[in-house]
Design a protein around this ligand. Structure first.
Ligand SMILES: N[C@@H](CCC(=O)N[C@@H](CS)C(=O)NCC(=O)O)C(=O)O
Length: 223
């Protein structure tokens, strides 16, 4: 069995799933796409929302595409619970917290993507209020991540800090994207706890292997 992950080289959403599959030793291949290029992308064939990541299993005709990065994470940790690191603590309340941090991370990623598109519109079509709304979400999330990193009890973000979980993966991918697109200039000085934690996480083998790479997007083809 080998999966295909429809991905994009800079996508922080897909990066979460890539790290999880690499950490767990789940075989997969990547199909890199630019989901906004209507003529080229196959995302609409598998996801009515036309978004990636999408997990496919070409060796199993009965396998239905799994989409939304958090939903794919859930599939991977449950289906492959006994392969590689569990990526959850096994404690219901702590795991709820891990899933909550995944939701927060995804929200920060969404806000960064939405703001980039807003800022790429022709000046007269841009809404300053809309962009500011996204900025508040990005800054709010980053502040929450910093608090979490400041009060953590060990290497990792939740519980006793001894277990690497999907929360670490999600927060690292959100902060990684923020750093990559310089979404909050001066963030390292303003939020030193999350910066220090993030730099350590980036040295993990599979985090280092999946760092974002920009693609060549045709901004004028985007509505
Ligand atoms: N909530 C989704 C968001 C995914 C997302 O926004 N993906 C971007 C690429 S990084 C995309 O495919 N956008 C195309 C679109 O919005 O139509 C997830 O977590 O999977």
């Amino acid at each position: 069995m080998s999966f295909t992950l429809i991905s994009a080289t800079p996508s922080p959403f897909a990066r979460m799933n890539r790290i999880t599959m690499l950490e767990k030793g789940i075989p997969f291949s990547l199909q890199n796409e630019i989901p906004w290029h209507k003529e080229e992308t196959i995302t609409p064939q598998h996801n009515p929302l036309e978004k990636l990541p999408i997990l496919l299993n070409p060796s199993d005709p009965t396998f239905e595409p799994v989409y939304d990065s958090a939903h794919i994470q859930r599939y991977l940790v449950e289906k492959f619970a006994n392969k590689g690191p569990k990526l959850l603590t096994g404690d219901i309340d702590l795991d709820l917290k891990a899933y909550q941090l995944q939701v927060l991370s995804e929200g920060v990623m969404d806000a960064m993507v939405l703001r980039s598109f807003e800022n790429a519109r022709a000046e007269e079509k841009q809404s300053k209020e809309w962009a500011e709304r996204q900025t508040r979400k990005i800054n709010g999330g980053l502040k929450a991540f910093d608090e979490l990193a400041k009060h953590r009890k060990g290497e990792y973000l939740i519980g006793d800090g001894k277990v690497y979980t999907i929360a670490d993966i999600a927060v690292a991918c959100a902060v990684g994207h923020l750093d990559f697109v310089d979404a909050v200039p001066g963030w390292r000085e303003q939020y030193p706890s999350i910066a220090e934690w993030f730099d350590k996480m980036e040295r993990r083998e599979y985090h280092a292997q999946t760092r974002p790479v920009m693609f060549d997007i045709k901004w004028d083809s985007i509505v």
